[in-house]
Design a protein around this ligand. Sequence first.
Ligand code: NOJ
Length: 577
Amino acid sequence: MFRRKFLATTLATAVALSLSSLYGSAYAAADATTVQSDENWARNSVIYQIYPRSFADGDGNGIGDMSGVISRLPYLDKLGVDALWLSPFYKSPQADAGYDVADYRVVDPMFGSTEEFERLLKEAHARGMKVIVDLVPNHTSDEHAWFQAALKSPPGSPERARYIFRDGRGENGELPPNNWPSVFGKAAWDRVPGEKQWYLHLFDSKQPDLNWDNPEVRAEFEKVLRFWLDRGVDGFRVDVAHGLIKEKGLADLPIEEGRENAGALVGPMWDQDGVHEIYRSWRKVLDQYPGKRIMVAEAWVTPRERLTHYIRPDEMQQAFNFDYLMTKWDAGAFKEVIDSSMALTATVGAPTTWVTSNHDTVRAPSRYGLKELGKHALPGNGIGPATAQPDEALGLRRARALAMLTLALPGSTYIYQGEELGLPEHTTMEGQYRQDPMFLRTKGEEVGRDGCRVPLPWKADAPSFGFGPGDKTWLPQPASYARYAVDRQEGAADSTLNLYRKILELRHDHKLGDGQLQWADAGKDVLAFDNGDLRVLINMGAQAAALPAGSQVLLSSEPLAAPDRLPANTAVWLKRT
Ligand code: NOJ
């Protein structure tokens, strides 16, 4: 907390001084004070993901917006997070909830205006919170001016060269140019009506892939980066960072891979070495700006070592650790992923990140309430009415313990909105309400991601659970969300919200994000480690385990019935004596 307030002060000083005639020298002085903290922020921050359409709705149309976010900044400040990441809010037909951008420089009127975004930024900064925004470089919307121009231009034209158009196979080009599947189901190609040409879209038909071999595309994105950096954003979350470059020739996948390969992490469209040149050039742009502006890679790659390429010293500062997110509830598995994540990031001098939920995956309390994680650990594989249902109480208990493990680890941690409430997935949403293109393109064969994107509950007894002023919500909320509403949790000392507040306060006070992890031995089902002056224990087994005699408990995820026992699915932070 103290660190955040300190940052806010230096920021205000920097702004005030920059207005004076002493701009040059005063600015340098202010910069010198912020540098140390700024270096830290890229390494140890707790970054809260806001999915704007589901966070808070200011105007009552059922879709969240900027004014909703602004009104909740005091809530986020009190929670104690260091930074916010906003999922896309740009002009978009919303075919993939905004990850289909029609204009990278305009705030979609559905979310508000550029002025409102600037207000959000200013008010977040004044509270000492950084703000990073989403950058979607792999594809645009089909309603982007460039794609519209491409459709109106002939094959071989410069307009088409910004995307990946190819002649179809077969006598009249009636077959797609290759057999690549879309991640969202069906083919990755759509035909231009009345033509032999098709265009590539690794995701939805309304998300044509850009051609990153074209210098014009590169130049445009550098301008987009500068546009938002000039407005003062602190960085970017880079969408599909592993997809921009495709292997030359666009060869067919081996036939047997077919649809099975759709979500695969390897193949001629993923993790090509050529992407790194792009991130090196972006890093140069970011480094021209004062303060530390960061990039975080959304890159689903394998083997794990390949992820470190994205966070080499001249590329991005962070990459999401999805291996951690996909780990099953098992002490050995968690120990392994923690060790390997830290060892690998250390090879390039980058911080490790820790992620347990986001807008693409089943929320942690629901995931860990399942008997078997199965495919539900993978993005997009939601839980629906026909799926085996999770044990809600067990999942919540585990998620609370997991928060105490995750936020005690050195490095940077991401919190997905609602995670601090212990919010479960909507696991019984009927197909008629689902909007995820993944669900729609596979005709429901894949449940998709709507269940983790449901509007947040703020007030237990209000229409839309206080999401907006009226009763509209773009996705239905389950009745159980009343129990998780912010106002219900505010006053309850042992609520998940209050647990998160304490965790974040202690994390800051004990500088856990900057610390070192030292394992201790505590048996097969219990992870135990020291970080600074804290000892952390989590019991992932089914039986209670022993706690060291005379332990001074600072925090526990569940009440402890006996001072020397750590119940199953429970974590504690002890003061080391
Ligand atoms: C990853 C994003 O997180 C996801 O929501 C989106 O559908 C795809 N990238 C395509 O942009």
